[in-house]
Design a protein around this ligand. Structure first.
Ligand SMILES: [Zn+2]
Length: 90
């Protein structure tokens, strides 16, 4: 097993040292309610607009996945405030 780098601070994590893997999945959710004003929506134009967007961009709108390696110090920092909320809201 070779050394790995912490994705946050670039510290070398040598074989046998503790490291952490962070997997983040971001997916679109839907509550079943559609708020549209049918008078203002031109379905043909909306469909053409969607067709003009590259497929990979459409996929990124629906689902993204991230995988990171963290050293122990960066894991503590990350876990203390994973959403980077303002101080006092964590
Ligand atoms: Zn680190």
């Amino acid at each position: 097993m070779s050394s790995q780098l912490c994705d946050r601070c670039n510290r070398v994590v040598n074989p046998g040292e503790l490291l952490y893997r962070v997997s983040i999945k971001v997916r679109a959710d839907f509550d079943g309610i559609i708020n549209i004003n049918a008078k203002e929506i031109d379905l043909k134009k909306e469909f053409e607009k969607i067709q003009s967007v590259p497929e990979d961009l459409l996929e990124e709108e629906v689902y993204r996945e991230f995988d990171f390696i963290l050293c122990p110090r960066c894991k503590e920092i990350y876990c203390a405030n994973p959403l980077h909320l303002p101080f006092g809201r964590t």
